[in-house]
Design a protein around this ligand. Structure first.
Ligand SMILES: *[C@@H]1O[C@H](CO)[C@@H](O)[C@H](O)[C@H]1NC(C)=O
Ligand SMILES: *[C@@H]1O[C@H](CO)[C@@H](O)[C@H](O)[C@H]1NC(C)=O
Ligand SMILES: *[C@@H]1O[C@H](CO)[C@@H](O)[C@H](O)[C@H]1NC(C)=O
Ligand SMILES: *[C@@H]1O[C@H](CO)[C@@H](O)[C@H](O)[C@H]1NC(C)=O
Length: 257
């Protein structure tokens, strides 16, 4: 009997990119990204509520490296000059290690045996922020994840990543990874969409963020403790919003995710 993981693997052996069309660097190997029981793959659309804590990531075959980093970028940040868009770094965690044995991950795509990547105690260069596309054009955002083999990265290479991660808005993965000498070390990738149900609202130039409530979309599940923060999620988003405030992008923060 063919297992689901074999079928998934077989379907992934074609030489097409796991990254969105036009994205650089284009990556062919698949990164498994799972939010609990929900698989994020092939640009499928996930409910915002299921994406608010960092996913389990892994690969279906064991990798050779000893140390990895994950990057997640939103490629579809609305701007005040549509259809122009910007990018936002949602996650940059280094010093991941891979489990030596595969574990079954239940997803909407079936059960997969995955060698998961585990977070070390090392703080993220950029904490995970859950997707939260606003009611602006484009309503649907592509969230791209890249897995980088940092086994032979130098302290200096990693510090390039760390400095770049300090500015989430406009994060260009290709440029940053090239500067860090790691663009050839991107070994697996994935992307999924999260879509605001709309309708599109007029842009506001207000620096007080009066549109923050509506920009968070409707129908999402938000716990009472989170409702007073402009960004969804818990501590990580709080930090992110503080960071954005600190660098004077508070206005952008309300519609950027
Ligand atoms: C990565 O984590 C290990 C422990 O898990 C630690 O010994 C090592 O110093 C960390 N590497 C970096 C670059 O911080
Ligand atoms: C995975 O799914 C199977 C069948 O649907 C179920 O029996 C099992 O308990 C699930 N495992 C986990 C860890 O959720
Ligand atoms: C994902 O988002 C992109 C960018 O907005 C859009 O072009 C694409 O149609 C979306 N995909 C799905 C399946 O909604
Ligand atoms: C926002 O500001 C830009 C330039 O400052 C202006 O061109 C645009 O019309 C403004 N949009 C709104 C909705 O006020």
């Amino acid at each position: 009997m063919l297992s689901v993981s074999f079928l998934v693997l077989a379907s992934m052996s074609g030489a097409f990119a796991r990254t969105p069309q036009g994205f650089e660097p284009a990556v062919e190997n698949s990164l498994v990204v799972s939010f609990g029981s929900v698989a994020a793959m092939d640009g499928n659309v996930l409910a915002k509520a299921s994406t608010q804590t960092a996913p389990t990531i892994g690969t279906q075959s064991k990798l050779d490296g000893t140390s990895f980093a994950v990057v997640m970028v939103d490629l579809d940040i609305p701007t005040n000059s549509p259809p122009q868009t910007n990018t936002l770094l949602h996650w940059l965690q280094t010093n991941l290690t891979q489990s030596t044995s595969a574990t079954a991950v239940n997803t909407t795509a079936g059960s997969m045996d995955v060698f998961t990547l585990q977070t070390s105690q090392q703080a993220a260069f950029a904490d995970y922020i859950g997707p939260s596309p606003p009611a602006r054009t484009p309503l649907s955002h592509r969230y791209t994840q890249l897995l980088i083999d940092t086994s032979s990265a130098t302290t200096q290479d990693l510090s390039v990543l760390q400095s770049a991660a300090a500015t989430r808005m406009g994060f260009n993965a290709n440029t940053v990874l090239t500067q860090a000498g790691l663009v050839d070390k991107v070994i697996a990738a994935n992307f999924f969409n999260v879509t605001n149900p709309g309708p599109v609202e007029a842009a506001t130039n207000s620096s007080t963020g009066s549109g923050s409530g509506s920009s968070r979309g409707t129908g999402s599940v938000t716990s009472p403790t989170q409702s007073s923060t402009p960004l969804p999620g818990a501590a990580a988003s709080q930090k992110a919003s503080e960071l954005l405030v600190a660098i004077g992008l508070v206005g952008a923060a309300f519609f950027a995710l």
